[in-house]
Design a protein around this ligand. Structure first.
Ligand SMILES: NC(=O)c1ccc[n+]([C@@H]2O[C@H](COP(=O)([O-])OP(=O)(O)OC[C@H]3O[C@@H](n4cnc5c(N)ncnc54)[C@H](OP(=O)(O)O)[C@@H]3O)[C@@H](O)[C@H]2O)c1
Length: 352
């Protein structure tokens, strides 16, 4: 079977390199086009991208000459790891030219007809792309959440379905790679914790899960009726965002009941056995001192979220810890799983 040609926008960046790495030898998708800024355009990828992941850049990508953002693209499916300063306009333009744009950037996540997708949680939100297609004539945008939100929403979804969530307080400990390259200066972060992340990080964590756990009624999204308060920190960890969440439920549940719901959580990617789907999207850990980024971020090739220390509390109903690999399940891997679900449902467009 011939593979579907795909392009990667922002291919030289931290997320773009993960796309290129994860798409190597993908059974359904083949990287044909790589796009970055004018600083990189016109150069072969191996020269344009300073490769910062382990090993070499994949051979199928290394020789591709990088395009600029304005150049015409032929791939029906485009993955975007563009800087948010340019992503909004570029993704709108490309979707209006008939491409399916699967984006990591924050720009279109709140749009009224753009799904903010985690395939295990809200695959029904894909119905909203029909509204986009009527607007654009064929192309559309699908977004994946902020990197911390993937971990938080995955841990909350089974609890929300079973017991209803009223309120969450979350404290995050976020890895350095979440800021792209070069990120925080080494002398600012070594031996240190920085209690601030720019770009509206706390607001994203407080709002995006409401859309993901909410509903699409055929016309509009309605937020899940819960409140989230977040306090974020940058820590001296390379990959893997950890978060401590305190949860109040509408219907009371014991930690044991919560653990059962978390452990058996599965979704459409698992039913369809999508190529990038983890067998178990949530790994429930029983040890007192887990999850830990170094030990748990790579579970199921970085696609599983780890949840541990599910316990009671004096003020809240439950406390738990969650961990997500921020550039895999929190970014490029999430977008690839979104595209796999679109392909499995027959929703990818033909060549524009
Ligand atoms: N890092 C994470 O964990 C993470 C997780 C989830 C979402 N995100 C989001 O994903 C996006 C990329 O993040 P990142 O960490 O990969 O950033 P990054 O390392 O700074 O990479 C940014 C990419 O955008 C390209 N770019 C910048 N300005 C451009 C322009 N004017 N025209 C065309 N291309 C341009 C860069 O190309 P050049 O190399 O040519 O400059 C590079 O390929 C951001 O929107 C970010 O918020 C990141």
């Amino acid at each position: 079977m011939s593979r579907i040609p795909v392009g990667v926008l922002g291919a030289t960046g931290a997320v773009g390199q993960r796309f290129v790495q994860l798409l190597e030898d993908h059974p359904w998708f083949e990287v044909r086009e790589l796009v970055a800024s004018d600083r990189s355009a016109g150069k072969p990828y191996r020269q344009a991208a300073t490769w910062r992941l382990a090993g070499e850049p994949p051979a199928e990508a290394a020789g591709i000459v990088v395009s600029g953002l304005g150049d015409p693209l032929r791939s029906p499916l485009l993955f975007s790891g563009l800087d948010s300063s340019v992503a909004g306009e570029a993704e709108t333009d490309l979707s209006s030219r008939g491409h399916a744009v699967i984006s990591n950037s924050k720009n279109h996540r709140p749009d009224p007809d753009v799904p903010l997708l985690i395939p295990e949680i809200n695959p029904d939100h894909l119905a909203s792309i029909e509204a986009q297609k009527r607007r654009t004539g064929g192309g559309y945008i699908v977004t994946n959440p902020n990197c911390s939100v993937v971990g938080l929403a995955m841990a909350l979804a089974p609890l929300h379905r079973a017991f209803g969530i009223e309120a969450v307080t979350v404290v995050t400990l976020q890895a350095l790679s979440g800021a792209g390259y070069p990120g925080v200066a080494s002398l600012d972060i070594a031996d240190n914790v920085v209690p601030y992340i720019g770009g509206g990080e706390e607001e994203k964590i407080e709002t995006e899960p409401l859309k993901i756990l909410g509903t699409w009624d055929g016309q509009a999204f309605a937020d899940a009726p819960m409140s989230i308060s977040a306090s974020v920190h940058r820590v001296d960890v390379v990959d893997g965002h950890t978060m401590a969440a305190f949860v109040n439920l509408a219907k009371k549940a014991s930690p044991e009941e919560a653990r059962k719901k978390l452990a058996c959580f599965r979704g459409e990617p698992q039913e369809r056995e999508l190529p990038s789907a983890p067998r178990r999207p949530i790994h429930l850990l029983e040890e007192d001192n887990r999850p830990q980024p170094r030990l748990d971020r790579d579970r199921e090739r970085g696609m599983a979220v780890s949840v541990g220390r599910v316990r009671g509390d004096r003020r809240y109903d439950l406390r738990l810890e969650a961990l997500v690999h921020n550039t895999i399940r929190g970014a490029a891997g999430a977008a690839i799983l979104n595209a796999e679900l679109l392909h499995a449902r027959g929703l990818l467009p033909g060549r524009p």
